[in-house]
Design a protein around this ligand. Structure first.
Ligand code: 7TS
Length: 415
């Protein structure tokens, strides 16, 4: 039977985000369209963090007293929750990190440091965020490996024919790719890329910073080997994220950072280490952050991923039509809504992206202008920067209309 996913009740959703009821300095309602940078937080997440600090705060694992046991239970319970959120087979495949950036650095330095050698290839796309480029360049420099870039087509989709050609060298050990582009919204065909990477004998690392907030994630179905996400982009707090990796890979990887919590034994002649995930979690962890992120997973699962997706697709179609229909605007990325998220990165003819963002700000609309940490992509698109409006579950078509009106004004000012 064909069931139609219920659309989101945006008014109800918006009422759960206290910040959306605030206004700009000059009294305009906040129109927040910078969700690719960070999302706003629902009351459920704020309350979970507050509850933790008011009732359960203690350092984890080390204490034999009741409070520490409670903190440890909540912390490890949050790990279980995130494992379920992303479809992991085992909770101990989830490592707490500060965010996607730290997750990717962990894989590059730990796995890469132990396994890469001169002449090995690390394959990226030109769409990647700097967080999924620079860690690979650093480890390549240390090991003698080479970083290769796969191009995109005119709609900002990865060229699978080129990926196949690059993989045909037989030297690729790692393919690292974003699930969704932060700059232009392209959704990569991760399953297909996983198949190609594995056929070529390479591992697939997915930068899920923009995937986890918007798509139902099932790391096993995706077929990847590592998946990194940032809590703050999916309604969770800043400073917490997760790295998922296949257990057999993690267990064979050396520690990334050394310190307390990650050791079995420390002697003056050397140390031995715990198994994953604790091997990779040196020092006092962000317990409150982990609990907040688990609350965000509850929140998003409670809304339902079908509802989330259909609402965001409606915004995508609407934005492509309304913004794309504005004179002088070129929107980058796929033309078909089904291949992208509601991230509208555009050029307004004759107006610098920073000027666009400044004029739009005067109208109370928060968008971002710049290279979006994607300098290779900007060069590929032939622009110094873009203006970017990025939507999330609480955004509405009315807000996209407000942006369109603000852009008309920007055009009028610069005409
Ligand atoms: N990967 C992608 C695809 C991202 O969009 C970002 C952040 C990161 C990695 C890094 O995430 P972090 O949480 O570790 O910093 N992207 C953006 C953005 O588009 N605007 O500000 C941050």
């Amino acid at each position: 039977m064909n069931t139609v996913a219920p659309l989101i009740d945006t008014a109800a959703i918006r009422s759960e985000f206290p910040i959306l009821a605030t206004s700009t300095e000059d009294g305009r309602p906040l129109i927040y369209l910078d969700n690719a940078a960070t999302s706003q937080k629902p009351r459920a997440v704020i309350d979970a963090i507050r509850h933790y600090y008011e009732h359960d705060n203690a350092n984890v694992h080390r204490g034999l007293y009741d409070l520490s046991r409670r903190a440890t239970e909540a912390y490890e319970g949050a790990r279980d929750r995130i494992a379920r959120f992303i479809g992991a087979a085992f909770a101990d495949e989830v490592i707490w990190v500060r965010g996607a950036t730290e997750g990717i650095n962990l894989v590059a330095h730990s796995w890469g440091g132990a396994n890469l050698k001169r002449g090995d290839e690390i394959v990226l796309s030109v769409l990647e965020h700097h967080s999924n480029i620079v860690p690979w360049q650093l480890i390549a420099e240390r090991t003698g490996a080479v970083v290769r870039f796969v191009d995109i087509d005119e709609q900002g989709r990865i060229r699978l024919d080129e990926l196949r050609a690059v993989l045909a060298s037989g030297h690729a050990r790692i393919v690292a790719i974003g699930h969704v582009s932060n700059a232009i919204g392209t959704i990569h065909p991760v399953q297909e890329i996983a198949r190609l990477a594995h056929e070529a004998g390479a591992l697939l690392v997915v930068d899920g910073a923009q995937g986890a907030p918007h798509l139902k994630i099932d790391v096993q179905a995706l077929g990847c080997d590592f998946y990194a996400l940032s809590g703050h982009k999916m309604c969770g707090p800043m400073g917490i994220g997760a790295l998922w990796g296949r257990r057999e890979l993690l267990d064979a990887m050396p520690p990334y950072m050394g310190g307390g919590e990650m050791i079995d034994y420390v002697g003056t002649d050397g140390s031995t280490f715990k198994t994953s995930p604790h091997r990779f979690e040196a020092g006092t962890p962000n317990v409150g952050g982990a609990i907040g992120l688990a609350a965000a997973a509850d929140y998003l699962d409670g809304i339902g991923h079908d509802a989330l997706w259909s609402h965001e697709q409606e915004l995508t179609r609407y934005g492509l039509e309304v913004l794309g229909g504005t004179d002088g605007i070129t929107i980058f990325g796929p033309h078909d809504a089904a291949e992208r998220t509601a991230v509208f990165s555009f050029a307004l003819e004759g107006v610098h992206p920073h000027d666009v963002a400044t004029i739009v700000d005067v109208e109370g609309v928060a968008v971002r202008a710049g290279h979006h940490c994607c300098q290779p992509l900007m060069r590929r698109l032939g622009v110094p920067a873009t203006t970017r409006a990025s939507c999330y579950l609480y955004n509405t078509t009315t807000e996209i209309d407000a942006l369109a009106r603000a852009l008309e004004r920007a055009r009028a000012v610069f005409r």
